[in-house]
Design a binder for this molecule. Structure first.
Ligand code: UDP
Ligand code: MG
Length: 323
């Protein structure tokens, strides 16, 4: 059986793909394991697909799936995991931010029986604001979520075959893999490596996508925000009750006096704010149910190394026929 599959989602990575592939081969060669590399082209527009085709033509260990458009990294990772046949599967980025030199170390840890091996990056060389924001986010997430999500533990990880099968057994269409990896459990080993800058090209994560990703993560893995809404409602009701009692007491002692305009206005505005926010939370969940209920596939495939080979042999046959 094939020992190792490397799954690499790529979106417009033609600048680094060549050097990444070289570095990966150099790292895998000495391990002496049999391996395949499963690239997933996430609807790139810069010739990444052509490059992958060329790589697959020259090396049978290279396989790829190419999407019909950009479906996002989660979909690309899913496609890669589905493609993979190896006994251990390593997920990594194409931009060399996940150093291929670390793969042998992950394989070694797998040999010690771990089902998941996580390479955790530190935040060296990252903007102070971004680091601080992520810290806050992770603290919040850990408090709210049923699963444990670790700062810096991203998608650079090794999964055993049975861990991969468990990941694939989760059918949800809104996939938040950080949560999924933690949800499936199994023995997990992790080690830290120094954060590296992107080798070339640009990051596809702007502030906004990151924020949305954050919200997705929070909502897709638990129903605690709904619970929070109930709690807020209860506390507000109780404090309103207290305030009402206080007013009644005041009237009984001192008689009626008319102020309270500001209090009234504040209470009305604050309450409508809380109501709108709660409605928003409920709406988010309803939207998610709608989304899941459609049961759409996660991605649409345009081409794979097999379909490419079929087309090529057909063209060759036609050429011979013409001659
Ligand atoms: N990626 C992808 N689809 C997307 C965005 C990114 O497959 O829609 C891939 C990208 O090619 C890279 C990895 O996901 O291999 C990580 O992306 P990026 O380097 O932009 O993210 P960052 O490292 O900045 O978090
Ligand atoms: Mg990157």
């Amino acid at each position: 059986m094939l020992q190792v599959s490397i799954v690499v989602p790529c979106f417009n990575e033609s600048d680094v793909l060549g050097s990444f592939h070289g570095a990966l081969l150099a790292a895998l060669g000495p391990t002496g394991r049999t391996f395949e590399i499963c690239y997933v082209d996430d609807g790139s527009t810069d010739g990444t697909r052509r490059l992958l085709g060329a790589l697959a033509d020259t090396d049978p260990r290279v396989r790829y799936t190419s999407f019909s458009r950009n479906f996002g990294k989660e979909a690309a990772m899913l496609a890669g995991l589905r493609m993979s046949r190896g006994d251990a599967v390593v997920l990594m980025d194409a931009d060399l931010q996940h150093p291929p030199e670390l793969v042998p170390r992950m394989l070694e840890l797998r040999r010690h029986g771990y089902d998941q091996v996580v390479a955790q990056r530190d935040r060296a060389g990252e903007g102070a604001v971004r680091t601080a924001l992520s810290r806050v986010y992770y603290r919040l997430v850990r408090r709210c979520m049923e699963v444990d999500v670790v700062d810096g533990a991203g998608d650079f990880r090794l999964l055993s075959r049975r861990a991969v099968e468990s990941v694939l057994s989760l059918p949800e269409s809104n996939r938040f893999s950080k949560g999924i990896f933690s949800w499936i459990g199994f023995d997990t080993a992790s080690f830290t490596y120094r954060n590296v800058r992107r080798a070339a090209g640009t990051s596809k994560w702007g502030g906004r996508t990151l924020l949305n990703y954050g919200i997705d993560g929070l909502l897709s893995f638990n129903s605690r925000p709904l619970r929070l809404a109930i709690h807020t409602g209860l506390w507000l009701f109780l404090s309103a009750l207290g305030y009402a009692l206080w007013i009644i007491g005041n009237v009984a002692l001192n008689g009626v006096d008319a102020p309270g305009y500001a209090t009234l206005l504040t209470a009305v505005v604050a309450l409508s704010g809380v109501q709108l926010a709660t409605l928003g939370v409920v709406g988010e969940y309803v939207g998610r149910i709608y989304h899941e209920a459609k049961h759409r596939p996660h991605y649409v495939v345009r081409e794979t190394e097999r379909s490419r080979a079929v087309v090529r042999s057909r063209v060759a046959a036609q050429d011979q026929g013409a001659r």
